[in-house]
Design a protein around this ligand. Sequence first.
Ligand SMILES: NC(=O)c1ccc[n+]([C@@H]2O[C@H](COP(=O)([O-])OP(=O)(O)OC[C@H]3O[C@@H](n4cnc5c(N)ncnc54)[C@H](OP(=O)(O)O)[C@@H]3O)[C@@H](O)[C@H]2O)c1
Length: 260
Amino acid sequence: MKLEKNTIIITGASSGIGRAIAKEYASKNTRLFLFGRSKERLEEVANYCHQYDTEVNIIICDLKDKIATTAMIDSISQQFKIDMIFACAAVSAGTLKAPETTHQVEEIFSTNLNGVLNSVLPLLPHMITNNCGTIVLFSSMAGLIGLSSAPSYSASKGAIKILAEGLRAYLKKFNVKICLVIPGYVDTPMTKVNNFPMPLMISADKAAKIIIDGINKNKAIIAFPKSLYFILKIVGLLPNQWIDFINAKLPGKPAFHEQE
Ligand SMILES: NC(=O)c1ccc[n+]([C@@H]2O[C@H](COP(=O)([O-])OP(=O)(O)OC[C@H]3O[C@@H](n4cnc5c(N)ncnc54)[C@H](OP(=O)(O)O)[C@@H]3O)[C@@H](O)[C@H]2O)c1
């Protein structure tokens, strides 16, 4: 009997956590749609997956482009039943030397929020009709408190957390699952630019394993490391002045132009 392939879309598949997730799913029973802007890095991931007879489709797409992204997602979901989407793609920058520029703030929100909405919203009607599907959304520990070191990134990740909570409750009746991932520090190009100690940092491969294990266990929230998650939850309960005091002392994240 021929097995139905597991069809998975991964945005941000050309780097870091998305790339590691793609590699974890490499198998002959999987059909991957790998989204990113770097053809070269997507091809490297695809070549790895091909070793395991995975069906891989590379999609070069800027997720800020709503029309192009919607058209691509619609086209894929008209051809295949989508089992899962990992909406990993994001950018990050901060306030190391100066306040955030309008350009930086817009770039962060249009990628981390609009980019996620552009890739996830077109899938909802299909998943609702199919009465199944899993949407994996990426927040961050930085989304639990508005960080002085990266206010817009922090706000974008806070918005994803709230979006996930709302969608999870709404989509339950359609059997569409929302899984919210809340990572601490993961060793990827996003954190390579940070010039400060990053406690409890783990590799992208380990992060991918934790995330997939959590999905297999049907977890609604996958937060790691647990200790950092609980510390931040407790910090969030402190009086505002205390939070401000701690927050103001955080080391700065470089702006986009300082990362080049
Ligand atoms: N690393 C961490 O410590 C950490 C911690 C908490 C949360 N997270 C979250 O985890 C997720 C993955 O992060 P990561 O560390 O793996 O990041 P990363 O290595 O910097 O990779 C980011 C990915 O996003 C893609 N991307 C960025 N802008 C895009 C755009 N406009 N259109 C299409 N693709 C775009 C990039 O593709 P191209 O390079 O091909 O353009 C790349 O594949 C993100 O949502 C991040 O916020 C990461």
